[in-house]
Structure formats: C-alpha cells, structure tokens
Design a protein around this ligand. Sequence first.
Ligand code: SAM
Length: 370
Amino acid sequence: MADSSAAEPSTAPAPAPAPATTAPATATTAAPAAASSSATANPAPTVPQNTGILEVDSPANSETASVVSSIFKYREQSGRTFHAYRDRTGTGSDEFIPYFLPNDESETERLDLQHNLVLLTQDDRLHISPAGKDKPLKRVLDAGCGTGIWSVDFADENPETSVVGIDISPIQPSFVPPKVEFFVDDLELEWNYVNPFDFIYTRFMTGSIKNWPMFFSQSFQHLQPGGWLEICDIVSPIACDDGTMTDETPLLKWSKLLLEASENLGASLGSPKHYKQQMVDAGFENVVQIDYKWPTNPWPKDPKHKEIGAWTQANIMQALQALSIMSFTKGLGWSVIEVETLLAQVRRDVKNKDVHAYWPIIVIYGQKPE
Ligand SMILES: C[S@@+](CC[C@H](N)C(=O)[O-])C[C@H]1O[C@@H](n2cnc3c(N)ncnc32)[C@H](O)[C@@H]1O
C-alpha cells in the first residue's frame, strides 16, 4: 500500500475532477483490555439521543412534501460533476468486490447525498470521537474515501491538518484544499505509511473490506499513541420495531438476501456487528458505540427523523439497483429478471409509509493507548 508520507507514493495520485460536502442514540462503552471506560476520556456525545422507538407520523402530514423537495433542492444546489472509473480491485484482476462503487455519476452523487445524510444525523459534525480535542491533528487518514467529500470538508474545517484519502477508485476531485492528498490504493494490502496518523476515519466500508481484524490491527499500528479510529457504518438486515415489516415483506426479504449474497462473496454486510469487539481485540481502548436510525421514508413523526427518512428514501431508491444486480446475480445465482421483479416490490415498500422500517447506523470510535 502507498506511503503517502514518502516523497513518491507507489500508487497513482487520484485524477478526476469533482465534488463537495445526524439522529443518534445510545452510547455504549466496551471495556478494553486494561482501560477505563470513557466517561471522562470520551464525553458523552452532545447530539440528540434518539434510538428509542420512533413515533409514527399521521398519514396526512403536509410537511412531507416540503421535506422531500428539500432533498432535490440539495441535489440541484450541489451543482457538481464527477468523473468515475470502474476499478474492481485496483490490481487489474477481475475479482469481484460486492459493495463496489459504480463508475457513474448517479453513484458518486448518491455518495455525496449520503455524506450530507450523515451530517444531518450527526448535527453537522464530521466526526463524533474526541479526536483533536486535546491536541491538534497533524495527520488524518480517510480510509476508503470514495468521492473524497469527507476529506475535503475535514480539510476545510482543519486547514492545518494533512488529510490523506485512500480508495481503489480514482473518483476524487483534482482541485482540493492544499493539505489534502488522494491516492489509489487497496486497504486490504499491507499499509506502508512511514508517518503515523493522529486520526483514522472510515465510513460505509462494510461489504468492501473482507478482513476487518486486519483493518483494525493495521489502523492501530499506524496511529500515534493517543490517536483515534472512528468508523461509521450501516447494519444489515434492515430493522423495524413495531411489526409493520415482517419476514414476508419484500424489503426485509431483499435485505436478508443481500446480506446472504455478501457473505457468499466474502465481504459480509454483517461486519458492523463485530466492529466493537474487534476494535477492543486490536488493542483500542475507550471504545464507544453510538446507534442511530435512518427511517426508510418520512414515516416518523419527529421532524428530524422525518427529514432523515426523506433523504434515506432518496438514497435507497438510487442505490437499490447498483447494490443488488451484481450481488444477487453473482452471489446468489439469480437472473437479472428475477432481481428486477423483487426490486419492483422493494421500491413499493420503501415508499410505503405504513412500513416503519429503518436502517440501523452505527458510529464506533476508540483510542490507541498513550
Ligand atoms: C460505499 S463507498 C464509501 C465511500 C466514503 N467512505 C463515503 O462514506 O462516502 C465504499 C468505498 O470503498 C472503496 N473501496 C472498496 N474496497 C476498497 C479497498 N480494498 N481499498 C480501498 N478502498 C476500497 C470503494 O471504491 C468506495 O469508494
């Protein structure tokens, strides 16, 4: 893997032009091998706690229309164009990566919309961990940076910090803040950075990384003592608290099948359930997990979750086909027609405000001991 701190990285700097730039829940602390929990080291997040049962909105709520239109307002306002190149592994092999990034504008646009959805979920915060609170962050890694939107936003907010973004796809912008560098590289290979990082951030990499214990151990190795790792991800399968989604609901069937396909393909979408323990096993301390909910449409009554739901609906509708076709045909042996038939039913459920489903979203952070 590239050493971005060396004069000449072995991997190609990412070309391509492009882009731009919240309702939490319960924070739990895993006991590290010999570490205290986080009451003082990790002040409880100030974001609203909203992992409880969500109240359902009345069917005739007129706010929905304006919330949904706000999504399109954002998308119109983003006004950015992206160049993306399909690169399955970055190694020239034809190995299949199940949670691949399509090489089209629609997917890169969706990733940027999703970035904004995270900001909305996290009350406009780019990260939740205390990284940078006690001492300045000199070097930050965005592992699996996608369009580079988090790196660019982070650098804008922290102009003194060097930000390195790594991805197997060169879909990052060329015009970036001075201290941002992007490199095309594979995080599953050995990391060869010479200089350690103060903070490593990684987001929505489930289904991409096959060997998570290795990822956590390499992150630990390449952090400064006292440095932080933060991971944000989506938990499968999709969830529901009030019985309006059952095993017979196509949306849940689809989500469980997608999970099964990802397992068959070797990079399980079930990985987030193990992150916390795997971080502790890798040596991190002060490990904290925060749970959020992304309702599948604006079904909740609470205005913030309603807005998150509207954005999530747009996110899922845009992602559905890209996520499913390759996974179902290669991971489960389905025909394209069989997949499209299921997706037609799934789209109906995603739009149905009587199905009170949500994606569990987790943020977990931990610290390398001083
Ligand atoms: C769902 S996207 C998330 C991108 C970004 N973290 C975000 O939140 O917008 C997953 C990204 O991981 C990249 N990726 C997948 N496998 C990778 C690997 N082994 N090494 C580096 N990047 C990888 C993909 O190219 C894609 O950009």
